[in-house]
Design a protein around this ligand. Structure first.
Ligand code: GDP
Ligand code: MG
Length: 600
């Protein structure tokens, strides 16, 4: 039997994770240098990923090194997708921790390291970009020891750019990482750590076989999600099994320790969710599923409206199609007095929201307008006994209504110098300190209970900027809590813009109202008439501003001459206009609906 090694790579964005993965594929002869050159970055295959330079979906690749078989899973770096990191971590025994030699250990690396350590993974530190003149290897080593708490004396030094150190790294992977445990003769238990939808074959599952074997023709079933949405029992016949190299290579059988893919005419990714355990149907099935399954939960919601109402059917089809491959995105029809008819959509976070919106526009040719994002509340109307879920603040009724909001348990790790600044930030966001302790000489861990609505805005950016980029943050949902919350509306030119409604705490009402009208005054362009902006709670104006009349002539700055420049500017203005929504007689830019997101 081959010696197996399974691992993930964790790194801060831009440390060279994808470049290094490509080098490993090349050094092991899995993919030729020519093929690599012709297809930029093998493991990042989604065009939006490439454009945004982030890895959204985890990808796997299997390679041979000596008499060992090494399988590498590349996982996303952004927090919205941290669930994928934890799922991938469950599928492997080891992790490479890639640190940029010129920048050292950065924010977010720490929370990924914690995920890896929680999953019991063996970590191999790698200091990359040693070719850079600004590389400081001793400093990077020191930080790995101080911040991450790993012995860095045996860190592998690499340049993914030149290929230096890559062979040494492969040797270290084989020598230092433990082989998978598991029993080939036991009943099948396969962990689904990722999946995607293929229009011809149905869902392609990426699996780690923990125990047993699986072959083409086997009858399989997911152990948690035993029934599909339509109520039918979820059982599938395996069409195909294989490995990723990183393209799919079919084989006869996957066995315990293997990482590979399988297809079984599964129609929706939600039918066999990521994190679930697959086993055989009938007596041959395992009794227990693998530990650690968690349901995904949308935490941020917004209304998406086609700018052309004729696109509504096309938008519904596009959302249905996207949901086949991304079961974490949810949607339902939505109607807004100001914005028209569209859909209320839920996402894992703001990045997930903007990536999805971009996909709808680029892959499905839709023009969309988004309302202000919000979390989901629970409300209790007067005289009623049942709490209702409300993810659209505009649909919270006026008058006596109790509101509960979601809280998150937030963990912040930072240098002791930044504790004061992060505490100030957390308190300004209604956070309650739960615990504070030193971990290591000058590293501090803060635990807060914080309203999710305060967290999903720019909290993460604020943590980073207040800690010189070194603070790291992770959170998990904690539950709902009642608070003195009120719906705040925004009136522009005396008409309510429901897409701008939000929920605020009574104690902060005036500050929130002031913030909102000031922000809107900055982003709404002057019109040909005076425009009043008002923040309103329960019919009472709590803050107002006025935009004075002005006629915008964008070409005024180009004194005569250059006609092409003039044309360009006019074209730009026309494009900008596409992103305007007419509310009554006022044109409001898309930006206004995102204004509430930038706080700090
Ligand atoms: P990722 O975000 O961690 O996947 O990082 P990428 O692999 O996309 O690399 C980010 C940038 O760093 C790219 O411009 C790479 O060309 C560059 N890069 C990666 N590794 C090295 C290295 O060893 N040396 C130098 N000089 N640049 C590198
Ligand atoms: Mg990458």
């Amino acid at each position: 039997m081959h010696r197996l090694r399974n691992l993930i790579i964790i790194a801060h964005i831009d440390s060279g994770k994808s470049t290094l993965s490509d080098r490993l594929l090349q050094a092991t002869g899995t993919v030729s240098a020519a093929a690599l050159a012709s297809r930029s970055q093998f493991l990042d295959s989604n065009p939006i990923e490439r454009e945004r330079q982030i890895t959204i979906k985890a990808r796997a690749a299997r390679m041979r090194w000596g008499d060992s078989t090494v399988t590498l899973i590349d996982c996303p770096g952004h927090h919205d997708f941290s669930r994928q990191v934890s799922q991938s971590a469950r599928a492997v025994e080891g992790a490479l921790l890639v640190v940029d030699a010129s920048r050292g250990v950065q924010a977010q690396t720490l929370s990924s390291v914690e995920l890896a350590l929680e999953a019991g993974l063996e970590l191999v530190p790698v200091i990359n970009k040693i070719d850079l003149p600004t590389a400081d290897v001793p400093a990077a080593r020191h930080q790995i020891e101080q911040l991450v708490g790993l012995d860095a004396s045996e860190a592998i030094l690499t340049s993914a750019k030149s290929g230096l150190g890559v062979d040494t790294l492969l040797d270290a992977i084989v020598e230092r990482l433990p082989p998978p445990q598991g029993c080939r003769e036991a009943h099948l238990q396969a962990l689904v750590f990722d999946s995607y939808y293929d229009q011809y074959r149905g869902v392609v599952l990426f699996v780690r076989i923990v125990n047993g074997t699986v072959c083409k023709g086997d009858s399989i079933r997911p152990m948690t999600r035993t029934h599909s949405d339509d109520g039918s029992v979820s059982e599938f016949i395996v069409d195909k099994v294989g490995f990723l190299q990183p393209d799919e290579v079919e084989c006869d059988m996957l066995e315990s320790g293997d990482i590979g893919f399988l297809t079984a005419a599964i129609k929706r990714t939600g039918d066999v969710p990521v994190g679930d355990t697959i086993t055989h149907c009938g007596d041959k099935g395992a009794q227990e599923q693998l530990p650690g399954y968690e349901d995904t939960k949308a935490v941020v919601f917004c209304g998406l409206f086609p700018t052309d109402s004729g696109d509504l059917p096309a938008m519904r089809m596009a959302l249905q199609k996207l949901q086949l491959e991304d079961a974490s995105m949810v949607f339902e029809p939505d109607k807004s007095a100001a914005m028209g008819t569209g859909f209320r959509c839920g996402f894992l976070g703001l990045l997930h929201m903007s990536v999805t919106q971009q996909r709808l526009e680029e892959e499905f040719n839709l023009n969309l307008f988004a309302s202000a994002p919000s979390v989901s509340y629970k409300i209790l109307k007067e005289g009623e006994t049942e709490w209702l879920d409300v993810s659209n603040p505009a649909s919270i009724p006026d008058g006596k209504v109790k509101i509960m909001e979601p809280y998150a348990k937030v963990e912040l790790i930072c240098h002791s110098d930044h504790v004061g600044s992060l505490m100030e930030l957390s308190q300004s966001r209604r956070g309650e300190l739960q615990d504070q302790r030193y971990i290591g000489l000058d590293r501090v861990k803060l635990m807060y209970s914080l309203p999710l609505s305060e967290l999903v805005t720019d909290f993460h950016d604020a943590v980073k900027s207040r800690s010189s980029g070194f603070g790291s943050m992770s959170y998990e949902l904690e539950g709902m809590r009642p608070n003195r919350l009120r719906r705040m509306d925004v009136h522009i030119a005396n008409s309510a813009v429901d897409g701008l409604s939000c929920v605020i705490h009574e104690d902060n009402a005036y500050a929130e109202g002031r913030f909102m009208v000031d922000k809107l005054k900055q982003v709404i362009p002057r019109q040909m008439f005076k425009v009043a902006i008002q923040a309103v709670i329960g019919g009472k104006v709590i803050a107002s501003e006025q935009i004075s009349a002005y006629r915008k002539d964008v070409t005024a700055k180009c004194y005569g001459g250059d006609a092409s420049r003039k044309k360009k500017l006019l074209k730009k203005q026309a494009e900008g206009k596409k992103r305007m929504k007419m509310i009554g007689s006022v044109a409001i830019p898309q930006e206004a609906f995102l204004a509430i997101l930038s706080r700090d």
